[in-house]
Design a protein around this ligand. Structure first.
Ligand code: ACO
Length: 437
């Protein structure tokens, strides 16, 4: 007997499975995520993705393993500007670390998906000289030694392997034209590979939940502009700057989406790819489209979006004064400096719930997926605040919510304060709820 949740989840995943088939994903795995049990659970998800026809490029980190080998040899790691200074002795450890990691990944991927028809089926893994390097050089008077930059990614060679059904596995080392080996960064390679391959998505699997702000709180969504702002104003955890820079460069160069998520959360990769909620931080691709928190300068635009619907009885009336007092609850969807949609998100922290309200897309922009993007945005915001349910009250748009994973709910399921308001109101809206575990 299948459970209703299984059926619901499978239905939700089906369109994503269809959409990802044949698409290229570049997955950068931080060195701290390459030990068991995390590596095994990641490998089983990667196996499953490959079996669904997703083309996968894996780039692994090696920082932790190089440090461990260096420590055993009594070498103290040296850094400048967050990058390792690679002397000859460290380069030897970098090569050793990459060799070990590569075989650990191959071994983890060799395990079929337990109890599934995939068991016994072999996944092909292709490694090779896909990356050429050049020296990082002397920075602020410091010779970075064998630390290098990506010179070129051989996208044709990788593509051939992907088209032949293999997973491409890239280690953070590259040879220069002068025949020297350079120690590279996982993020640099993953970014360059995603751009060169015109990948659909670039995913960084790291230890933290995603990109964290200066107070250590998860930032669920970042547009290119917001990411640029974070780098400029420094309101970000210092050790995540390079990751944000790589994500930004990728979205500015036609990679559709970049995600940063935690490998410690079992199944995070799958929920990012196959559920609407996703996990971690998502960087949006379109440079001219962004969803951002509204400010008082957006009130006039919000009013022109919502007034016709208030008059038609589809939305509850909200005065200008109300909007002025509650503007921080609103998000607006902006494209090319025009506002095309809005949504409000009201938190009921004590009852671990949030209300989605006032969702509107301008009539001339409807049916283009903006409504879906606004919904995705508030679902992420809600999850980032660790609230367990998102609800919406609607008189006319119930089917739209149901088709996107909401279920009908009773007034008893509303937060107390909201329930009272609901019972006093004569609108008799229907209640829709999305559980967010
Ligand atoms: N009921 C069911 N399906 C609907 C409805 C509806 N009322 N309105 C649009 N759809 C369908 C479209 O027919 C289309 O279906 P298709 O993909 O099969 O062709 C699909 O939804 C379009 O989806 P998106 O492109 O993601 O959505 P869009 O950007 O058009 O925005 C929205 C959807 C916000 C509902 C928009 O139609 C709108 O602004 N409607 C008027 C305002 C409204 O009803 N807002 C909800 C109020 S309730 C609340 O905020 C809690």
């Amino acid at each position: 007997m299948t459970t209703p949740n299984f059926v619901k989840d499978f239905r939700e995943a089906a369109p994503y499975i269809d959409y990802l088939r044949g698409k290229t994903l570049v997955i950068g795995i931080a060195s701290s995520m390459l030990e068991n049990p995390v590596l095994h659970s990641l490998a089983s998800d990667i196996n499953l993705l490959a079996s669904l026809g997703v083309k996968i490029v894996l780039v692994h980190g090696s920082r932790r393993q190089i440090n461990a080998l260096s420590e055993t040899a009594g070498i103290v790691p040296q850094y400048h500007g967050g990058r390792r200074i690679t002397d000859e002795a460290t380069l030897i450890r970098a090569k050793q670390a990459c060799g070990m990691i590569r075989f650990d990944i191959e071994a983890a991927l060799a395990v079929g998906i337990a109890h599934s028809p995939q068991r016994g089926k072999r996944l092909r893994i292709a490694c090779g000289n896909f990356v050429s390097a050049r020296p990082f050089g002397i920075i602020d008077g410091i010779d970075m030694g064998y630390t290098g930059r990506v010179r070129k990614i051989d996208a044709d060679a990788i593509q051939q392997r992907l088209d032949a059904g293999a997973v491409a596995l890239i280690s953070p080392l590259g040879a220069s034209l002068s025949g020297k080996t350079f120690n590279l960064s996982m993020a640099d390679i993953a970014e360059a590979a995603a751009i060169a391959l015109k990948a659909e998505k670039l995913i960084f699997v790291v230890e933290p939940e995603g990109i964290m702000d200066e107070d250590g709180l998860l930032i669920p969504n970042l547009s290119a502009n917001e990411a640029r702002g974070l780098l400029e104003n420094g309101r970000i955890q210092p050790n995540q700057r390079r990751l944000v820079q790589s994500a930004l460069t990728a979205v500015e160069n036609q990679v559709q989406r970049v995600h940063v998520l935690s490998g410690l959360e079992d199944g995070s990769l799958m929920s990012e790819l196959f559920t609407r909620e996703g996990t971690g931080t998502s960087f949006s691709q379109a440079p001219f489209m962004s969803i951002r928190q509204a400010g008082s300068s957006d009130i006039a635009d919000i009013i022109s979006l919502i007034r016709p619907l208030e008059e038609a009885g589809i939305l509850l009336k909200r005065s200008r004064e109300y909007l002025e007092n509650h503007i921080r609850e609103f998000f607006v969807l902006e494209h090319d400096r025009q506002i095309y949609g809005c949504v409000a998100l009201k938190m009921f922290e004590e009852e671990q719930a949030a209300e989605l309200a006032c969702l509107v897309v301008s009539p001339n922009a409807q049916d283009g997926g903006y409504g879906e993007l606004l919904l995705e945005h508030v679902v992420r915001e809600t999850r980032a605040r660790r609230l367990h349910k998102l609800f919406a009250l609607s008189t006319h748009t119930g089917d739209w919510f149901i088709e996107r994973g909401f279920q009908t709910a009773s007034p008893e399921e509303l937060p107390n304060e909201r329930r009272q308001e609901y019972e006093e109101s004569k609108r008799r809206s229907k209640i829709f709820m999305m559980p967010l575990e």
